[in-house]
Write a protein that binds this ligand. Structure first.
Ligand code: PNS
Length: 169
Protein backbone atom coordinates (compact mmCIF):
# COMPACT_ATOMS: atom_id res chain seq x y z
CA UNK A 1 0.00 0.00 0.00
CA UNK A 2 1.50 3.33 -1.06
CA UNK A 3 0.58 6.51 0.78
CA UNK A 4 1.09 9.93 -0.78
CA UNK A 5 0.83 13.27 0.95
CA UNK A 6 -0.05 16.41 -0.99
CA UNK A 7 1.19 19.38 1.04
CA UNK A 8 0.33 22.97 0.24
CA UNK A 9 -1.05 26.27 1.45
CA UNK A 10 -4.43 25.81 -0.26
CA UNK A 11 -5.37 29.46 0.41
CA UNK A 12 -7.84 28.56 -0.95
CA UNK A 13 -8.10 25.26 -2.84
CA UNK A 14 -9.02 25.64 -6.52
CA UNK A 15 -9.87 23.35 -9.45
CA UNK A 16 -6.18 22.87 -10.31
CA UNK A 17 -5.56 21.42 -6.83
CA UNK A 18 -8.65 19.20 -7.08
CA UNK A 19 -7.40 17.90 -10.43
CA UNK A 20 -4.04 16.97 -8.84
CA UNK A 21 -5.78 15.31 -5.86
CA UNK A 22 -7.93 13.19 -8.20
CA UNK A 23 -4.92 12.18 -10.30
CA UNK A 24 -2.99 11.28 -7.14
CA UNK A 25 -5.90 9.20 -5.86
CA UNK A 26 -5.97 7.28 -9.14
CA UNK A 27 -2.34 6.30 -8.60
CA UNK A 28 -1.85 5.90 -4.85
CA UNK A 29 -3.74 3.72 -2.35
CA UNK A 30 -4.01 6.46 0.25
CA UNK A 31 -3.83 10.22 -0.29
CA UNK A 32 -3.52 12.71 2.55
CA UNK A 33 -3.85 16.41 1.77
CA UNK A 34 -1.67 18.39 4.17
CA UNK A 35 -2.71 21.99 4.73
CA UNK A 36 0.26 24.01 5.95
CA UNK A 37 -0.32 25.83 9.22
CA UNK A 38 2.51 28.35 9.16
CA UNK A 39 2.36 31.43 11.37
CA UNK A 40 5.14 33.03 9.25
CA UNK A 41 3.02 32.92 6.10
CA UNK A 42 0.03 35.23 6.01
CA UNK A 43 -3.00 33.50 4.62
CA UNK A 44 -6.48 34.80 3.93
CA UNK A 45 -8.04 31.77 5.65
CA UNK A 46 -6.93 30.03 8.85
CA UNK A 47 -5.56 26.48 8.60
CA UNK A 48 -8.88 25.16 9.96
CA UNK A 49 -10.86 27.13 7.38
CA UNK A 50 -8.56 26.02 4.55
CA UNK A 51 -8.84 22.38 5.65
CA UNK A 52 -12.63 22.65 5.82
CA UNK A 53 -12.74 24.21 2.35
CA UNK A 54 -10.57 21.37 0.98
CA UNK A 55 -12.98 18.80 2.49
CA UNK A 56 -16.02 20.66 1.14
CA UNK A 57 -14.46 20.92 -2.33
CA UNK A 58 -13.92 17.18 -2.70
CA UNK A 59 -16.72 15.02 -4.09
CA UNK A 60 -18.93 13.47 -1.40
CA UNK A 61 -17.72 10.00 -0.49
CA UNK A 62 -14.13 10.91 -1.35
CA UNK A 63 -11.70 8.84 0.73
CA UNK A 64 -8.98 11.47 0.57
CA UNK A 65 -7.86 12.52 4.06
CA UNK A 66 -7.36 16.19 4.91
CA UNK A 67 -5.27 17.32 7.86
CA UNK A 68 -3.32 20.43 8.70
CA UNK A 69 0.31 20.31 9.68
CA UNK A 70 3.14 22.55 10.78
CA UNK A 71 6.86 22.04 10.34
CA UNK A 72 8.60 20.30 7.48
CA UNK A 73 6.65 18.63 4.69
CA UNK A 74 8.96 15.59 4.89
CA UNK A 75 8.27 15.22 8.63
CA UNK A 76 4.57 15.39 7.85
CA UNK A 77 5.07 12.69 5.18
CA UNK A 78 6.91 10.44 7.66
CA UNK A 79 4.21 11.02 10.31
CA UNK A 80 1.64 9.77 7.77
CA UNK A 81 3.82 6.76 6.80
CA UNK A 82 3.93 8.22 3.31
CA UNK A 83 6.59 7.29 0.77
CA UNK A 84 5.57 10.03 -1.65
CA UNK A 85 5.08 13.79 -1.67
CA UNK A 86 2.87 14.90 -4.56
CA UNK A 87 3.28 18.34 -6.06
CA UNK A 88 1.35 19.80 -8.97
CA UNK A 89 3.07 21.38 -11.94
CA UNK A 90 1.27 23.92 -14.12
CA UNK A 91 4.06 25.20 -16.32
CA UNK A 92 7.79 24.85 -16.81
CA UNK A 93 8.19 28.02 -14.71
CA UNK A 94 6.98 26.06 -11.65
CA UNK A 95 9.79 23.58 -12.09
CA UNK A 96 12.60 25.82 -10.84
CA UNK A 97 11.34 26.19 -7.28
CA UNK A 98 9.70 22.75 -7.21
CA UNK A 99 12.96 21.08 -8.27
CA UNK A 100 14.80 22.94 -5.52
CA UNK A 101 12.23 21.88 -2.92
CA UNK A 102 12.23 18.27 -4.11
CA UNK A 103 16.02 18.03 -3.83
CA UNK A 104 16.04 19.65 -0.39
CA UNK A 105 13.29 17.31 0.75
CA UNK A 106 15.25 14.33 -0.56
CA UNK A 107 18.31 15.52 1.35
CA UNK A 108 16.22 15.87 4.52
CA UNK A 109 14.50 12.52 4.11
CA UNK A 110 15.82 10.22 1.36
CA UNK A 111 13.04 7.68 1.97
CA UNK A 112 10.40 10.13 0.72
CA UNK A 113 10.13 10.64 -3.05
CA UNK A 114 8.60 13.67 -4.77
CA UNK A 115 6.21 12.92 -7.62
CA UNK A 116 5.09 15.75 -9.90
CA UNK A 117 1.65 15.59 -11.47
CA UNK A 118 0.59 17.97 -14.19
CA UNK A 119 -2.79 19.63 -14.05
CA UNK A 120 -5.20 19.44 -16.98
CA UNK A 121 -5.00 22.12 -19.70
CA UNK A 122 -8.13 23.86 -18.44
CA UNK A 123 -6.48 24.52 -15.07
CA UNK A 124 -2.92 25.46 -15.99
CA UNK A 125 -3.37 29.19 -15.46
CA UNK A 126 -5.02 28.91 -12.05
CA UNK A 127 -3.40 30.06 -8.84
CA UNK A 128 -4.92 30.88 -5.46
CA UNK A 129 -3.47 34.41 -5.54
CA UNK A 130 -4.88 35.16 -8.98
CA UNK A 131 -8.30 33.87 -7.95
CA UNK A 132 -8.27 36.01 -4.78
CA UNK A 133 -7.26 39.06 -6.83
CA UNK A 134 -10.04 38.55 -9.36
CA UNK A 135 -12.60 38.03 -6.60
CA UNK A 136 -11.39 41.06 -4.60
CA UNK A 137 -11.92 43.22 -7.69
CA UNK A 138 -15.39 41.94 -8.35
CA UNK A 139 -14.62 39.46 -11.16
CA UNK A 140 -16.34 36.11 -11.49
CA UNK A 141 -14.51 33.08 -10.11
CA UNK A 142 -17.36 30.67 -10.88
CA UNK A 143 -16.04 27.33 -12.06
CA UNK A 144 -12.50 28.08 -10.91
CA UNK A 145 -13.19 26.97 -7.35
CA UNK A 146 -15.85 24.74 -5.77
CA UNK A 147 -19.08 26.44 -4.64
CA UNK A 148 -18.19 26.54 -0.89
CA UNK A 149 -14.88 28.26 -1.71
CA UNK A 150 -16.62 30.76 -3.98
CA UNK A 151 -19.03 31.62 -1.17
CA UNK A 152 -16.23 31.91 1.41
CA UNK A 153 -14.11 34.08 -0.89
CA UNK A 154 -16.97 36.38 -1.87
CA UNK A 155 -17.82 36.77 1.80
CA UNK A 156 -14.28 37.66 2.79
CA UNK A 157 -13.17 39.66 -0.21
CA UNK A 158 -16.34 41.18 -1.58
CA UNK A 159 -15.51 44.66 -2.90
CA UNK A 160 -17.46 47.67 -1.66
CA UNK A 161 -19.29 47.95 -4.98
CA UNK A 162 -20.82 44.50 -4.45
CA UNK A 163 -21.74 44.63 -0.74
CA UNK A 164 -21.71 48.29 0.15
CA UNK A 165 -19.52 47.44 3.16
CA UNK A 166 -15.99 47.16 1.76
CA UNK A 167 -13.53 44.29 1.98
CA UNK A 168 -13.14 42.32 5.20
CA UNK A 169 -10.07 40.47 6.46
O1 PNS B 1 0.94 25.60 -1.99
P1 PNS B 1 2.34 26.07 -1.76
O2 PNS B 1 2.36 27.35 -0.97
O3 PNS B 1 3.12 26.16 -3.04
O4 PNS B 1 3.05 24.93 -0.86
C1 PNS B 1 4.37 25.08 -0.43
C2 PNS B 1 4.67 24.01 0.63
C3 PNS B 1 3.65 24.04 1.76
C4 PNS B 1 4.66 22.65 0.02
C5 PNS B 1 6.09 24.31 1.16
O5 PNS B 1 6.16 25.64 1.58
C6 PNS B 1 6.44 23.42 2.34
O6 PNS B 1 6.70 22.24 2.16
N1 PNS B 1 6.41 24.00 3.55
C7 PNS B 1 6.65 23.28 4.78
C8 PNS B 1 8.03 23.63 5.36
C9 PNS B 1 9.11 22.88 4.61
O7 PNS B 1 9.10 21.67 4.50
N2 PNS B 1 10.08 23.66 4.09
C10 PNS B 1 11.18 23.11 3.34
C11 PNS B 1 10.78 22.87 1.90
S1 PNS B 1 12.13 22.19 0.99
Amino acid sequence: MTTAVYPGSFDPIHMGHIDVIERARAIFDRVVVGVLDNSLKSCLFSAEERSRLVRESLPSGSDVEVVHFSGLAVSFAVSQQAEVIVRGLRAVSDLDSEFQMALMNRRLEPRVHTVFLTTGFTNVYLSSSLIKDVCAHGGSIAGLVAAPVETALCHRLAPASRTGHGAVG
